[in-house]
Design a protein around this ligand. Structure first.
Ligand code: BDP
Length: 555
């Protein structure tokens, strides 16, 4: 949509890296500058869920053509937030289908009159399929939640004398299908003795609640008509000098409100979480199981937290999810992830999936292709996916740089038998290392724990059990840490909401902090451990550190 077709690449530094071949255009984080103004559209939007049987009434009646209130009742919906947790209407919590958001904005006169100004509408994320209209004009469509998308809307706002009032309508569909990321299926329940006619449910194959809506900020910003579209920063070392290279593409000549925001972006929560990471002495996390908000990545850069940046490739559990349409979409999503996050020094590795059914032949091919594509987009960073398959059966592991493993010894089996953990963990590491000779990260381990439940000797679900289970894991991890195990990531930082099931008590409770960010006993154990390790490896030339990196890709 950019006006002016000239695209100039200004290379301002030696280009050591011919990357970004597959990246179409930039997705820079909007920042105010002498030549850019921003107008945040966070706050109250008008909202309506389309409860009609086929969920398509909004399109049939063209709700986008007129103010939303004219076609029926609307409710207030805060942005950013997930629509599921806001209303007392239970139907909204589990709603599957199209929801409609609308907001009117008054633009500064200069934006509408100055033809040397570009006006861009940017949506931080809309889960999961979105169509955007500006003043009733179909402007933009985007598939996939968790990543930003934008459109130059100058030609819609600069149309003669003062149409300074702008109506933005966004229809969002949260239905997960076999070709979305994450995938899902819709199941119609046809037994009329049990279910009303047309009754359906959304099946998912991952362990978090499928919150949806405008969960990150929406904003308008301006650039001059000649503007920087993209920046790519790469680093290298020449003799004893560190080099920072950059390539610029120019175009054109408080209190927690958890429960009520779903996973809507929240600054106080973000700052609290980083304070907790610092308190813990933690230095890394994985964006399980989708890219986090850009503000999170910026905080990681600032706080020195390294990140395994994971795309929404979660729930790839069924054979039919490994098809060509999904593969193509998955590659496109990786392009969007790399395009958005490539310049964050915090990102140390890309993860293309979590626990795919990687024992399948079709999954092997699929993962090979997605990993190769990601490497072609960014040859400078290692690529992985997170496996919970058996080492002998996994078909994707040959293609990763680092093996990432999830295991739940003495939790999902051998209930209560904490004494088995060290043996089972050692077997896991030895098998994988013998087969692949690659560095290994324990990317998940943990136990469900309800804060305030106590029992000694420990029983499952108590704080004592979580603590003891982690202790056993740590003994096993310490055996390999100085050899080839290069990282350990607890599951999970904090409790989180999931779908309802007999194994989940108001969500997943494997957090070492509650959802309100209060520590369980295990948080103190981890704090001691992380700081101890940090102090051991503080000096770059210490024996501990060089041993730790032995055989790793990073030497
Ligand atoms: C792992 C999944 C994660 C779940 C976790 C659990 O990667 O999403 O939340 O198990 O069961 O398999 O707690």
């Amino acid at each position: 949509m950019a006006r002016g077709s000239a695209v100039a690449w200004a290379a301002l530094g030696p280009l050591l890296w011919g990357c970004a071949l597959g990246l179409q255009g930039g997705m820079l984080y909007p920042q105010e500058s002498p030549s850019r103004e921003c107008k945040e559209l966070d706050g109250l939007w008008s909202f309506r869920a389309d409860f009609s049987d086929n969920r398509r009434r909004g399109f049939e009646e063209q709700w986008y053509r007129r103010p939303l209130w004219e076609s029926g009742p609307t409710v207030d919906m805060p942005v950013p937030s997930s629509f599921n947790d806001i209303s007392q209407d239970w139907r909204l919590r589990h709603f599957v289908g199209w929801v409609w958001y609308e907001r009117e904005v008054i633009l500064p006169e200069r934006w509408t009159q100055d033809l040397r100004t570009r006006v861009v509408l940017r949506i931080g994320s809309a889960h999961s399929y979105a169509i955007v209209w500006v003043n009733g004009v179909d402007t933009l469509e985007h598939e996939g939640g968790y990543l930003p998308f934008e459109a130059d809307i100058s030609n819609l706002v600069q149309v003669g004398p003062l149409p300074s009032r702008l109506r933005i309508t966004i229809a969002i569909n949260n239905t997960l299908t076999p070709t979305t990321l994450p995938p899902g299926t819709i199941q119609y329940l046809t037994d009329t003795s049990k279910y009303p006619k047309g009754y359906f449910v959304q099946n998912t194959y991952f362990d978090f609640f499928n919150y949806a809506g405008l969960q990150r900020s929406v904003l308008l910003y301006t650039t001059p008509t000649t503007y920087i579209d993209d920046i790519t920063v790469t680093t290298s070392v020449e003799q004893d000098s560190g080099l920072v290279n950059y390539q610029i593409s120019v175009k054109g000549s408080n209190l927690f409100k958890l429960e009520i925001r779903g996973k809507g972006f929240d600054w106080p929560l973000l700052v609290k979480d980083f304070n907790l990471l610092r308190w813990l002495g933690a230095n890394a996390f994985r964006t399980s199981h989708y890219p986090y908000a850009e503000e999170v990545m910026q905080m990681c850069d600032r706080y020195g937290i390294v990140v395994i940046d994971e795309c929404p490739g979660v729930g790839l559990a069924l054979p039919q999810f490994f098809n060509n349409v999904s593969l193509h979409h998955h590659m496109q999503v990786m392009e969007e992830v790399v395009r958005r996050d490539k310049n964050h020094p915090a990102v140390v590795m890309w993860s293309v999936a979590n626990e795919p059914a990687s024992h399948l032949e079709s999954a092997g091919y699929y993962l090979k292709m997605v990993i190769a594509h990601t490497k072609s987009l960014d040859p400078s960073r290692p690529v992985t996916f997170v496996s919970n398959s058996n080492y002998a059966a996994d078909k994707g592991a040959p293609y990763v740089d680092v093996i990432c493993l999830n295991s739940y010894y003495s939790w999902y089996h051998d209930y209560g038998h904490l004494e088995l953990i060290q043996l089972q963990l050692a077997t896991q590491f030895e098998n994988w290392y013998k087969k692949y000779q690659k560095p290994i990260i324990q990317s998940e381990y943990g136990a469900e724990t309800i804060a305030g439940f106590h029992q000694d000797p420990p029983l499952m679900f108590t704080e004592e059990y979580q603590k003891s289970l982690l202790e056993q894991y740590h003994l096993g991890l310490d055996q390999k840490r100085r050899k080839y195990v290069v990282g350990e990531l607890i599951w999970n930082f904090a409790d989180f909401m999931t779908e309802q099931s007999p194994t989940r008590v108001l969500g997943n409770k494997k957090g070492i902090f509650t959802r309100q960010r209060q520590p369980k006993s295990a948080a103190f154990l981890l704090r001691e451990r992380y700081w101890k390790i940090a102090n051991e490896t503080r000096y770059p030339h210490s024996v501990a550190k060089s041993q730790c990196l032995e055989n790793s890709l990073f030497t």
